[in-house]
Design a protein around this ligand. Sequence first.
Ligand code: SF4
Length: 350
Amino acid sequence: MFEQGVIRPPSEADSLLVRVTRNCPWNRCLFCPAYKGTTFSRRSVAEIKKDIDEMARYHGGNGSRVTTAFFQDADSLILPTEDLLEILNYLKGVFPSLVRVTSYARAKSLKRKSVESLKALKAAGLTRIHTGLESGSPKVLKLIQKGESPVEMIEGGKRVMAVGIELSEYIMPGVGGRDLSRENAHGTAQVLNRIRPDFIRVRTFALPPGSPMEAMAREGRFTPMNDLEIVAEIRALLQHLDEMPSHFRCADFSLNLLMHVDGYLDRDRSRMLQDLDSFLALPESDQKAYVLLQRSGHYGVHPMEMLKHHDLMNQLHEKIKELENGDGFNKYIRAMMAGQLPRPQTGSWD
Ligand code: SF4
């Protein structure tokens, strides 16, 4: 059998998952459960080639229907370029129908690759990099122990864009908490305006149970934001983003409250700002009704559509009243959101 890692981006759901390293070489981000309790290791090219052969057997010998592949785990670009080239060439030889090969990478690893190396990787078939910016604010990056600075994020991202490899930047509104919300929005917009990535993928922050950030919240060192505050933060971010050809994506992640805020910044920014403004202009009771509806798993309902359904609205308002008389609305919503988060593979955050 072949090895597989635990995560991949949603857009790689149908991709061949080729594990080239195990776990995360940094593994210290305080919000991230993905690889906690595990140790990073590189896999040998021989081992990876053996996996690729196994995958070809699994796909019936020729793999002719396989068109996309993804390199796991958290930072494949940490491998020497020669190794990555050998893996890419072998993979494309075994699966000649591949049209897209993508990978996660940390900005530090991207920054360490020369432009020539990245050009060679593109020529060998690497088409897209997914990277976690999370925030462009130095204070927020320090708070969450990202281990990378805005300057490194910009250098790494620009290098990828310069050679024509597609770039997906993941950002996390709310991760700075209430105190750093403004700074998070402005700093993130500044960094993204410099990189001008192909995709900006919004990943609304939810407080992971048992995480160091939960402990910080308990001790008063981090103030979690509610959904309405995070929507306001996303509005501030969008307002400061340039009209560039980046796809601003909320639709591909169900923890984003307003999943319909999705489009290209150069043609849809005003429409997306209007969508945010119409939500922010609703009475708080209706905003909360939408939060409750969406957090209960009813994705894809437009807030303005919801308002037309009077019975539903009455039920939602009743439920909100009940929650507010009990443990509290925000506490309930936070628990619903936390339920959607992955847990550390080992059950431990250490
Ligand atoms: S967010 Fe990325 S870099 Fe940070 S610990 Fe998780 S996988 Fe590693």
